[in-house]
Write a protein that binds this ligand. Structure first.
Ligand SMILES: [Zn+2]
Length: 327
């Protein structure tokens, strides 16, 4: 008896091999305290539908931004969030596909805030402080812009028209360099840091575990499979994991030693026992029609939790996944 005949019942109808998904029907609009929005799910390869890595968390009345790759500032605006409304920025590493909108967010916040919004707290691996200084110092990349905006009469006029009070000072992001084992505690959340394996020694890459009163979210950063990430993600509600290629389709160790494929993400999610795995850092290899479906099927063979294929502007359910009723 083959598998196919076993799937037929006595009337010849096909039986479901597995019970239907255990999902609840969505009956009410329940607003969780913590929300997770995928702003950018792409890679360095320019894609119109995938900005560079960036994820927004709303926790209570605070907005936490994790990474800000190319296009993420625009994605923020599309989501109805002004860069001035970000309360904390966390960078996993200083590859440009994770941080190139850092100066945009700092400058837009500072410019529109007209001295009324505090400087942005930013956390990330060294040399984040040096990068910030070389962007915003008097002799930095944006030094001429900043001297024009703080000294030219035309800029003074606009500044005062917006309600600012002269003299005007330059932005000074509040930089905190963090490393493996760092822990940041705030009134409404805490953050644990682990180093992952990406492109050391040139760049240090970090993963973050965010704990809020009602959710635990782990941002895996860019990494090869590594025990430190599995440990960091133990029992988390959500793990966002790099899914840069299809395991087996890429075998060159120069890439597999620093990045993860779909089965690597699945194994880490399984070993960590997370509730939901979100595949992010998606390349075009995974998007070919039929390939994406195969990827999800194979991930589900390894990890039996909830699986979400990341898309820009997708709100990730932090608890169980509800099913819309048919109307
Ligand atoms: Zn990346």
């Amino acid at each position: 008896m083959g598998g196919e005949s076993e799937a037929l019942d006595e009337t010849g109808r096909v039986k479901l091999r597995k019970p239907p998904m255990a999902v609840k029907l969505r009956q009410t609009t329940f607003l969780d305290m913590t929300k997770l929005l995928l702003l950018g799910t792409g890679t360095p390869a320019p894609m119109v539908h995938r900005a560079g890595s960036s994820y927004l968390v709303q926790s209570g009345d605070e907005r936490l931004l994790f990474d800000c790759g190319p296009g993420s500032g625009r994605r923020l605006l599309e989501a109805g969030v002004n860069p001035a409304e970000i309360d904390h920025l966390f960078l996993t590493h200083l590859h440009y596909d994770h941080c190139v909108d850092f100066p945009y967010i700092v400058l837009a916040r500072w410019d529109q805030g007209v001295g009324r919004i505090s400087d942005l707290p930013v956390y990330g691996p060294a040399p984040l402080r040096r990068m910030s200084q070389r962007l915003f110092a008097e002799d930095g990349a944006f030094g001429p812009d900043l001297s024009a905006r703080t000294e030219h009469p035309g800029s003074h006029y606009i500044y005062e028209a917006r309600g600012g009070i002269l003299p005007r000072r330059s932005p000074e992001p509040q930089i905190t360099e963090v490393e493996d084992g760092s822990r940041i505690e705030s009134a409404g959340w805490s953050l644990d840091v682990a180093e992952v394996v990406h492109v050391q020694p040139q760049l240090t890459c970090l993963a973050y575990r965010l704990t809020t009163p009602d959710a635990t979210i782990v941002f895996g950063g860019d990494t090869a499979p590594v025990a430190t990430l599995t440990q960091l993600a133990k029992g988390a509600d959500v793990l966002l994991h790099m899914c840069h290629f299809i395991n087996g389709a890429v075998t060159d160790e120069r890439l597999t030693c620093c990045c993860s494929g779909h089965l690597d993400a699945a194994q880490t999610a399984h070993d960590a026992g997370v509730r939901t795995l979100v595949l992010v850092h998606i390349t075009s290899q995974l998007e070919t029609p039929g390939v994406r479906e195969r990827v999800l099927h194979e991930v589900a063979q390894v990890f039996d939790g909830q699986i979400i294929f990341g898309e820009d502007q997708l709100t990730v359910p932090l608890g169980g996944i509800d099913m819309e009723p048919v109307r």
